[in-house]
Design a protein around this ligand. Structure first.
Ligand SMILES: Nc1ncnc2c1ncn2[C@@H]1O[C@H](COP(=O)(O)OP(=O)(O)OP(=O)(O)O)[C@@H](O)[C@H]1O
Ligand SMILES: [Mg+2]
Length: 414
């Protein structure tokens, strides 16, 4: 008896993702991609027309999101098995996906063999369900389809908190935080930018999004946050795609947000976004200390000026007392001018902490960007300052990877 091929429908709004998944599957003799859909709506329609065995479903899509689409498809055709592909390994999403009747949950981009074995498992299930269905057309449809077991699921990865801090004012923290967030943000690593300078935060001004929601909308409800509510409150920066949580509009409002509330918000965002970039003020308020404490990486910013370097040294000392591993601090030198004798090498040696990245002085590009409210990573990213931000993003990713492997090492030895 010839083995039935597993017929797959791909639902994703990004053409590139659909193509990549199709390519991953093209050499599997037992898998047949029967169709692709660009939205939840189209997915539902094609699922009915093509009657596939397995639907590979994205979550974030323009009209109907992947979770609602899953629910509809499973209700209409309970034998169809849905495998969710999501950029976020968010346990909340995962739970909702399971409740909607998804069979499996993989984080994007999926590894080839991880995807194929998920499809085979789901395909087998679909074939069994189909056979069962034709035997007994009666029975409650909704009870069909085994629930997914947690062990089937890809491991959940939590987003990373990256805090940009300088113990000296005016060194370029906000400039770096805003542009770094834009550099880190892409389809697979959604990024949120949070302003922890609660008194005089100016992140919203840097991206020309003043006067909208702020942290004040979230702080009172930290114990009952929901993804949909948070998504509503975050400001969408259309030009770059990042999400922004702005500081209160007036300095006297700052005290309405406690350190506990602030860190709870960050930890919630961590479940929704791959990266949460935080801008800070030099003053170590409770909010900023707690933020530093829970950060995966701290970008410490200095310039070539002695007061900035002196303060960086003091902060490095303090971070040791706080028990922050040196690895977590990526040291960056901003406004770097090679005509000045205080070189990154000298500072590295002096402070016994390597300056990993230098960002050149470029008043024309940087100040114009701030005044127009258009970050230079949007329209000037090929300039040296833009390339500097890209290397910073790379350095941060590399550091996160090192920290991760080192923390996994003891577990692997078990
Ligand atoms: N690489 C650079 N080259 C030239 N100018 C820069 C550079 N980085 C920042 N600036 C300028 O320096 C000033 C301070 O930058 P920014 O506001 O980002 O610093 P900050 O550390 O966030 O300051 P604050 O302590 O006020 O929060 C701004 O006018 C900005 O345009
Ligand atoms: Mg600032």
């Amino acid at each position: 008896m010839a083995v039935d091929k597993i017929r797959v429908l791909i639902v994703d709004d990004i053409a590139e993702t659909r193509e990549n998944v199709r390519k991953l599957l093209q050499f599997e003799s037992d898998v047949d991609v029967t169709g692709t859909a660009r939205s939840g709506k189209e997915g539902i329609q094609l699922a009915q027309e093509l009657d596939p065995d397995v639907v590979l479903m994205d979550i974030n899509m323009p009209d109907i999101d992947g979770i609602s689409a899953t629910e509809v498809i499973r209700e209409k055709s309970p034998h169809i098995q849905v495998v969710i592909l999501s950029v976020q390994g968010d346990p909340n999403y995962m739970r909702r996906a399971m409740l909607a009747g998804a069979r499996d949950f993989l984080t994007k981009p999926p590894m080839g063999d991880e995807l194929i074995s998920a499809i085979r498992r789901a395909g087998e299930m679909a074939h069994t369900e189909r056979a069962k269905g034709s035997q007994q057309r009666l029975g409650a449809a909704s009870s069909v389809g085994a629930p997914i077991s947690m062990s089937n699921l890809a491991p959940i990865s939590k987003g990373k908190i990256i805090t940009v801090y300088s113990p000296k004012g005016g060194t370029g923290c906000t400039t770096i935080a805003v542009n770094l967030a834009i550099a880190l943000n892409n389809e697979d690593t959604r990024t949120a930018l949070v302003d922890a300078n609660l008194q005089f935060g100016d992140v919203a001004v840097f991206v020309n999004e003043q006067g909208k929601n702020t942290i004040l909308e979230l702080a009172p409800r930290v114990d009952e946050l929901e993804v949909e509510v948070v998504e509503e409150i975050l400001v969408k920066h259309e030009a770059s795609g990042i999400r922004i949580l702005a500081a209160p509009q007036r300095p006297e409002m700052a005290e309405k947000v406690s350190a506990d509330q602030f860190t709870k918000v960050l930890q919630f965002l961590q479940r929704m976004y791959a990266y949460v970039v935080v801008d800070t003020s030099p003053i170590l308020t409770d909010v900023i200390l707690s933020t530093i404490d829970i950060s995966d990486v701290i970008v410490l910013v200095t310039t070539q000026e002695i007061p900035a370097i002196k303060n960086a040294r003091l902060f490095l000392d303090l971070s040791q007392t706080m028990g922050i591993d040196k690895q977590r601090i990526v040291f960056a030198m901003n406004r770097y001018d090679k005509r000045i004798a205080i070189t990154p090498e000298r500072v590295s040696e002096n402070l016994k902490h390597e300056v990993t990245v230098t960002l050149p002085l470029d008043e024309k590009v940087v100040i114009t960007a701030v005044n127009r409210g258009i970050p230079f990573m949007l329209d000037n990213k090929s300039q040296p300052i833009g390339r500097g931000i890209f290397s910073l993003a790379e350095a941060v990713r590399a550091r996160l990877a090192t920290i991760e492997t080192e923390s996994e090492a003891p577990a692997a030895r078990r």
